[in-house]
Design a protein around this ligand. Structure first.
Ligand SMILES: N[C@@H](CCC(=O)N[C@@H](CS)C(=O)NCC(=O)O)C(=O)O
Length: 294
């Protein structure tokens, strides 16, 4: 049983990120398929999924297609009640549904003014009063969720649920545009973004380069605040310390250099996602530690 998930460019497609987290965070089996959001091929790429026309879209193992993130979430929760996609407590579950529905329907100023991008932390961004009102509303909803669940920090309902999935791209906007929220809510945002799957999503997004960069601002930017600074860089040749790719076990063909050592991978994508954030990949870090700590 495997789901097919259709997504757009990872650095920018906030809804795709939600769709992916629904599967990845809850250990549901899936294959990802990229749709050309910026390449001009979107309509053609989506044609087999009609009438779905936006990403994400989900194809169920029986071939049925579901569009719209909230419908995907409900479908997965119904099919996998054991996974805890929604909180188990009825009051928490109702509140989580409310937060997700309001995310889908609302915050148009924030969404329009601060498109999700996972590369820059813009400095000196000046949000409009409408965006500040959206942020205020989001903080009110998060406080309400915590009052219902009793969770003072961490996931909104005490353990990771669809509510955290739906607000992860909001966290990326708060951090990426330096938007004003309470210290506690900033810490929650950083925690969401520091989660290994989110780091992996971002690292995969960084394998693509954009010229011009979508949604660029004429502002200085700081490095993304999550993940260790690393001097990893792609290199043309080996030999590498390892003969087999840490991800697939296949012979290595693509190489990176990190801290004076060369490491190999079986394709450019896996090499480049590792260059983007080496610490986000447990199979890579375990391989490096096994060699260097022995
Ligand atoms: N309401 C939809 C929104 C999906 C959406 O807007 N996706 C964007 C990418 S983040 C998209 O497909 N944009 C392409 C377009 O508008 O043509 C959902 O909840 O899934």
């Amino acid at each position: 049983m495997t789901y097919d998930l259709f997504i757009g460019d990872r650095l920018f497609s906030s809804w795709s990120m939600r769709g992916w987290l629904m599967l990845e965070k809850f250990d549901l089996p899936y294959r990802s398929h990229m749709i050309g959001l910026y390449s001009g091929t979107m309509a053609e790429d989506m044609s087999a999924l009609a009438p779905a026309r936006l990403v994400p879209a989900l194809r169920l193992p029986d071939g049925m297609v579901v569009g719209e993130s909230l419908a995907m979430a409900e479908t997965l929760a119904e099919r996998h009640p054991e996974t805890g996609l929604w909180p188990t407590d009825p009051a928490a579950r109702a509140t989580a549904r409310w937060l997700c529905a309001e995310m889908v329907a609302g915050f148009t100023a924030l969404r329009g003014e601060c498109p999700m991008q996972l590369k820059h932390c813009w400095q000196g961004f000046d949000p409009s009063p409408e965006t500040l009102a959206d942020l205020n509303r989001i903080e009110t909803l998060w406080a309400h969720a915590r009052a219902v669940s009793g969770a003072e920090s961490g996931p909104l309902f005490g353990y990771y649920s669809l509510a955290d999935v739906f607000y992860t791209p909001v966290a990326a906007r708060i951090i990426g545009y330096g938007l004003p929220v309470s210290d506690a809510n900033r810490a929650y945002c950083v925690e969401l973004l520091a989660d290994t799957p989110v780091r992996q999503w971002r690292a995969m997004g960084l394998t693509l380069t954009y010229d011009p960069f979508p949604y660029a601002l004429d502002l200085p930017s700081l490095p993304w605040p999550i993940g260790e600074p690393s001097d990893a860089r792609p290199v043309e040749d080996g030999p590498s310390v390892n003969a087999k790719c840490p991800y697939s076990g296949k012979p290595v063909t693509h190489f990176l250099e990190l801290d004076g050592q060369r490491w190999g991978f079986c394709n450019a994508f896996c090499r480049d996602k590792t260059v983007a954030d080496p610490g986000a990949w447990p199979k890579f870090t375990a391989m490096v530690s096994a060699v260097n700590d022995s």
